[in-house]
Design a protein around this ligand. Structure first.
Ligand SMILES: [Zn+2]
Length: 306
């Protein structure tokens, strides 16, 4: 599922292409391509000029010369492409926008239909002017509005596990399963650690790891783990080769050699090193037991996952 680095990669691909262009024509090919509850007619953006492409967490939108915005969410498998106009329609093509470009057009492709587009009115809140559907979304870690002290206080005030707090888009946005697992591995924190039990120093270490992992992912064009995420030119990211925990079940930890474990938690998979990321307050297993359980050779399931 695309997270901040993937959505930002798409935004960076769209902005230079679309800024200054006018929307000539729009087409929707699937009812789920429009956000459920979206009320403003999709064709009300026809004639509008794109001023820039903005993002908050995993939401991105076209800022228009009108008091509405065109918002998009990639969901699980959404792709926003600058496709050659002559190219055959893709199997899962959900929407198309003509910007008057002679060579290329915007195509929204979504195999699993959890992604959407929506024309939204703008509302002002503490964070400025935002499209209505993402006005409840907190700033992300790279945003100027991100206040680390405030976010640390919010996280520590939650009676949930740290991984769940990191995934809560109303505390901080942009983090999903992949980068949560990666940041917790780098910070050596067990995903099920109660958020309230973490010290300020440990939370700072987690946020530092989130920044580091996401910056590095951005440089590599994001993570195309399930082969569905691609940038606007149809190219995959290649950060998956740098993953240390996510998707590495039964592969050795790059720090200590212990096999990475996968647990199901909050309806998602969590990957972690049972040795480097011990649960706070839980006594470590004896070396013998640990070896018996984790020291045996388990065939890699990576191929099956991918
Ligand atoms: Zn380890």
């Amino acid at each position: 599922m695309p997270e901040l680095p993937e959505v930002e990669t798409v935004r960076r691909g769209l902005e230079p292409w679309l800024t200054g262009k006018r929307i000539r024509q729009v087409e929707i090919f699937h009812p789920r391509a429009l956000r459920e509850g979206s009320t403003i007619p999709f064709d009300s953006i026809i004639g509008a000029r794109i001023e820039r492409v903005d993002r908050r967490g995993k939401f991105l939108w076209f800022v228009l010369d009108r008091d509405i915005a065109l918002v998009g969410h990639l969901g699980m498998s959404g792709q926003m492409l600058a496709s050659p106009r002559k190219a055959q329609p893709e199997k899962h093509l959900r929407a198309r926008i003509d910007f008057g470009d002679k060579k290329r057009e915007f195509r929204f492709i979504d195999q699993r239909t959890f992604g959407w587009l929506s024309v939204e009115s703008l509302v002002s809140n503490n964070y400025g002017l935002l499209p209505e559907c993402c006005s409840h979304i907190a700033p992300d870690i790279f945003s100027e509005e991100f206040d680390e002290r405030e976010v640390i206080a919010k996280v520590r005030g939650r009676k949930v596990e740290i991984k769940k707090a990191l995934l809560n888009q109303e505390i901080l946005s942009g983090i999903g399963n992949i980068y949560a697992d990666e940041a917790l591995w780098h910070a050596k924190i067990h995903p099920e650690t109660p958020a309230s039990k973490l010290s300020e120093i440990e939370l700072k270490a987690i946020f530092k790891a989130v920044r580091r992992v996401m910056r590095s992912a951005l440089k590599q064009g994001g993570t195309s783990f399930d082969d569905l995420y691609i940038n606007v030119n149809g190219e995959s990211g290649y950060f998956e080769v740098s993953l240390r925990a996510y998707g590495r079940e039964d592969e050795p930890c790059r720090r200590c050699g212990t096999f990475i474990r996968r647990i199901t938690f909050a309806n998602r998979s969590s990957h972690f090193c049972p040795k480097c990321q011990r649960k706070k307050g839980v006594k470590a297993r004896s070396r013998g037991k640990s070896r018996a359980k984790w020291g045996r050779k388990i065939p890699s399931k990576r191929g099956a996952v991918r």
